[in-house]
Design a protein around this ligand. Structure first.
Ligand code: SER
Length: 312
C-alpha cells in the first residue's frame, strides 16, 4: 500500500482509519473522500476531496489523479437507516460497491478492502460462535447488500484478480465520530450520555446480546487483513470477534466509573434487527490465517472510552 484512497472517510470508522493510515503511510499518501464536510482532523492528516461513490467518473478521476493502488471502501448505509429506506440502502451499498469494483479493475488498483458485517447472518444462523462459513440468510436490506457485496468481492478476485479483502464487523464502539443509522449505535450512546452526565433510554431490551468491538481493534483488524500475506488467505471474507455483550453489561461496566449513570429500556423496531443477528461469532479462520486477536476487553474499553470522552 503506497497511495490509499478512502471512501466514506468522515464516518465512524473512516475517520479513525484515516488517522491510523496517515500515521503508518504518511499524510501525503492518504486521499480521503466523502460527501460530507470533513472534520479538521481529516484535512490535517490527508488530502480531502468531495466524492460521491455513485459517480463513477469522479471516482475514476480521483484514482488516476492520485495514482491509487489501494482503496478502503467505507461508504455505506447501515442497518436501521436501511430498514427505513431499503431502496436507498440497496442503491448506495450495491451500486456504490459495484462502482468501486469497476473503477478498481479498469484503473489497475491492486487492492480493495471493505467491511462486511455480522448483519450477513439471519435468524437461522447459530446464535453462539456463528461459524465463518454457513448459509447466509439475512432479513434486513443492509444484510442482503452485505451478502451480495461479499459475493461480488469473491467474483472480482476470481475473475479479474483484484485483491479484495473483507471482514464482518460486529458493533463498533468508539469515541471520536458518532455512528449513524446502525442498530448497535445504542452501545456508543451509553458512553456519550454517561460522559456528559446524562441518562439514556436504550432502544433495545437490556438482555439483548450482540457482538461488539472497540474501535482500536476494528482498525487493527482492517489494516492487518489488508497487509496479510495473500498466500495464507483461504477466503476473501472473515468473521472477527472481540466481545459478546448484553446492553445491561455495558451499562454496568460504565457505572463502575460513572455510578450516577442510569439507563431505561424502551425497545423499538431496531429490536427485531438485533434479534436476527448472532450473540457471538467465531473468528477461528481470522486467527488461523492472519493471526487476528483483539487487544480490548469490556473494562479496558470502558476506561479508555470514558477517558477520551472526558477530554472532549
Ligand atoms: N453496526 C452495524 C449496524 O448496526 C452492523 O454492522 O448497522
Amino acid at each position: 500500500m503506497k497511495k490509499i484512497l478512502i471512501t466514506g472517510a468522515c464516518g465512524q470508522i473512516g475517520t479513525e482509519l484515516t488517522i491510523k493510515l496517515a500515521e503508518m503511510y504518511g499524510d501525503e499518501n492518504i486521499i480521503t473522500t466523502d460527501i460530507q464536510k470533513p472534520p479538521a482532523v481529516i484535512r490535517e492528516h490527508s488530502k480531502f476531496e468531495y466524492l460521491n461513490v455513485m459517480d463513477t467518473d469522479q471516482l475514476a478521476k480521483a484514482v488516476v489523479d492520485h495514482d491509487i493502488d489501494t482503496i478502503f471502501h467505507m461508504a455505506a448505509i447501515l442497518s436501521a437507516t436501511g430498514e427505513k429506506n431499503p431502496k436507498f440502502a440497496y442503491d448506495i451499498n450495491m451500486q456504490g460497491l459495484m462502482n468501486v469494483l469497476e473503477v478498481a479493475c479498469r484503473k489497475r488498483v491492486k487492492k480493495l478492502v471493505t467491511p462486511s458485517s455480522i448483519a450477513v447472518f439471519g435468524p437461522d444462523a447459530p446464535k453462539q460462535n456463528t461459524p465463518n462459513e454457513i448459509p447466509l440468510n439475512p432479513t434486513t436490506m443492509y444484510g442482503v447488500t452485505k451478502v451480495a457485496g461479499e459475493k461480488l468481492l469473491q467474483y472480482y478476485y476470481l475473475k479479474f484478480g483484484l485483491d479484495t479483502r473483507s471482514l464482518r464487523y460486529p458493533g463498533i464502539i468508539s469515541s471520536e465520530t458518532a455512528p449513524g443509522g446502525g442498530t448497535t449505535d445504542y452501545a456508543v450512546d451509553f458512553y456519550l450520555h454517561a460522559a456528559r452526565g446524562e441518562n439514556y433510554t436504550c432502544f433495545v431490551e437490556k438482555d439483548t446480546v450482540l457482538p461488539f468491538m472497540y474501535m482500536a481493534d476494528a482498525i487493527k483488524a482492517l489494516i492487518d487483513l489488508a497487509n496479510a500475506d495473500n498466500n495464507r488467505l483461504r477466503r476473501r471474507v472473515y468473521n472477527v470477534s472481540a466481545m459478546a455483550l448484553s446492553a445491561e453489561e455495558v451499562v454496568t461496566s460504565i457505572q463502575q466509573y460513572k455510578p450516577d449513570f442510569h439507563c431505561d429500556y424502551n425497545a423499538d423496531s431496531r429490536q427485531k434487527i438485533a434479534d436476527s443477528w448472532p450473540d457471538s461469532i467465531s473468528d477461528k479462520e481470522a486467527r488461523d490465517e492472519w493471526d487476528w486477536s483483539p487487544d480490548y476487553d469490556l473494562d479496558k474499553m470502558t476506561r479508555e472510552m470514558l477517558e477520551r470522552l472526558a477530554t472532549k
